[in-house]
Design a protein around this ligand. Sequence first.
Ligand SMILES: [Zn+2]
Ligand SMILES: [Zn+2]
Length: 846
Amino acid sequence: MIEALDIQVKGIVQGVGFRPFVYRLAKKYLINGWVLNAADGVFIHAEGEGKLLDEFVLELSDNPPAASRVEEVTLKEVPLENFDTFDIRFSDAGAVDKTTLVSPDLATCDDCAWELFNPNDRRYRYPFINCTNCGPRFTIIEKLPYDRKSTSMKDFPMCERCAAEYGDPLDRRFHAQPDACFVCGPHVSWCEHEDGDSEAPLGPVTWGRTREESDTILTRAVELLLAGKIVAVKGLGGFHLVCDAGNAEALALLRARKRRRGKAFAVMASDVAAVRRLCAVSEVEEGVLTSAQRPIVLLRKHDDAPFAPGLADELPELGVMLPYTPLQHLLLHDFSKELAARFPLRTRTRGGGKGDSAVGEVPLLVMTSGNLHDEPIVTDDAEASVKLFGVADGFLGHDRAIRARYDDSVVRVIRAGSTGEAVQFIRRARGYAPLPLSLPKWTPATDGGGAAVGPGADGTAVAPPFIFATGPEQKNTFALTRDGEAFVSQHIGDLENAETYDAWLAAKDRYEALFEICPTRVACDLHPEYLTTKWAHDQELPVVEVQHHFAHVVSAMAEHQLSGPVCGIAFDGTGYGADGALWGGEVLLANLSAFERFANLAYLPMPGGAAAVKHPLRMAYGALWAFDLLDHPGAHNMLAALGEQADICEQMIDRDLNTPLTSSAGRLFDAASALLGICVEPTYEGEPAILLEAAIGAFAEQDDYDSAAERYAIAVTKNTATAASTAQDTSVVLLDAAGTFRALLDDFAAGVPVSLVARRFHDAFVQAIVDISLLVRGVYDIETVVLTGGVFMNRYLVEHALAALEVAGFTVAVNRDLPPNDGCISFGQAVVAWAASKENAANAGV
Ligand SMILES: [Zn+2]
Ligand SMILES: [Zn+2]
């Protein structure tokens, strides 16, 4: 029997080839009717044989295009209208919601990659090949709805053949907005310093308007790379600085020119097979590596894998990604081919400096952000030739403009207790942002509905607020809310830098325009000196100030749709506390709109304030001063290394000069790292803690080991409140790490191997996390523990804490859609402001 259904599909269904997919399905199952892009998703009217109709609907939700995200399919039986064809209908522009979700940028799909290397294809070796399943999206959009004339492709009128594909519902390029070819589309450009001298002026720009010209440029770029030079290559969201990752001299050159000393470089490999020869790759990791988002994945290096010195020395992990643009595919392919031709031996010796640096046979390119130091990555060709003038030897650009700056996203896969393997974000940007996160479905106590819009005190409808959350000062992202969702921006960076602050303002304006959000409320940090806090108070809008670690906890809660109360453990660098001290080792009892400070790591003096972050020996001095351990024999090395600075530290503490108090867990890891001589002069943020974790090494896998748990235990002691104390600024109990540091110094002085000491130190924190959670459960019956904050980017700590908490019967939530570091703060701020506003509505008499 012929039946008819109206079907509505919600989710990411625009710009991902959804309508052609529906069209092909309809043909397959002999369905008549139509499909249409509408205000809230895709609408389908389907008429067909009952059984075929069922299969059509099933495949619709089970097997949608790779880049789409079907969130909801609604079916309604309707009367037959007896269509005799299936059509793609074009709604008038007004009917299409301008804010329907558009997918983020998508890596080159397998079909396009195949065509790229197929000599018979008309786009053979065309560096901008794409289709509805892949290609740029948010990096080229100027305004919504997503349409070629609203993107930086508007300057490239399609040739007849491209236009024919674009208009054919059965073609893979039907309505592929960035569709193009050599004849009509963008082309690569090349320029290099005169006479091969990196300080000489740049020569003329050449263009790759034909395949031959384009290949000449690629050949030249590969030549430079093989010669150990550095090439700036334009990607999707900005430029990369690229060099041969197997060439130690090239790595040293890049470090010197980019002024980047210790921090590891991320690399690009041509495929998973190549990656497997260097790193362990689990099934989940392979899935992430090959996903359409193509982030950098931090993978564990094989012990015996040959890496050139200067790539990621001393670290157990290497950041690896696969090519995600056609240009990158071509570059990797040509580079690999030339490398094999020139160095046919299994083990090659290239460059090195330190005599023989044996380099593996796996072709790898360093792909690091094209920027200077802390500045935003360069997106514009002209800007690149100025800013990266002295850094790059050659410039491989193109004439398709980048409209929004996106860094590469960085993730790793962790063991997340009973959840199995889970993705942890380190940096959320290209491929993920600005996909919205749901605000928690939370019902204020006084109303049963939970709807975001309710009647106000006078009975009129109260619109939900549009909130702009500024985010923190470092690793900044911002967030905007609308209709129960929060759009969290891509990673912006550290706002102390004037250029980054300008980028923040520009990105904010872009988001507000794209998503048509005009904020009615601002959320910001509590820190009075943050640029974002000052900005927030200049806006003439209601401002909600949210304590840094409360925002951390709420972010992880909201990602899991938890409304609390939870035991929120935020172990972090530093954030401004309710008492003016620098918090960072916090145990907060939290719901979405309020918290109480239950426990914190006991305060330590931080001589020199921020300077103690750059000089962890100072932090070590502050810790040992507080723990009364300066006379311990295990402290001799530290004091000797500090030299005269030890006196300065002492005076600063004694006279309370520029010596804030901190409860930061991150600073304790810094201090331990410095005391053990692992890292005393960090070259990048977080290095002391990263190397302390790395020091555990293979010892992490050893089961029968003596944790010396009693000696290392972090003590739980009662805190003392004063008449002025509040539940927000003064905790009930303190976590005192004096014993832990005494044990560490005892072991260090006795010559116990550093790997053992490092593991015992980590396990002391794992145990403290369990102890304090048990205490909270004993008093308040709270079964859910949230682990968040930058310290939980420590793989050993988060994996072991998760497992130990589950053994103790807790439900554990960690950040899963956002990084545990400050990248999650803006979302937390937004949720708190949103929850607080609903409480206000409730208080107003709902
Ligand atoms: Zn494609
Ligand atoms: Zn064309």
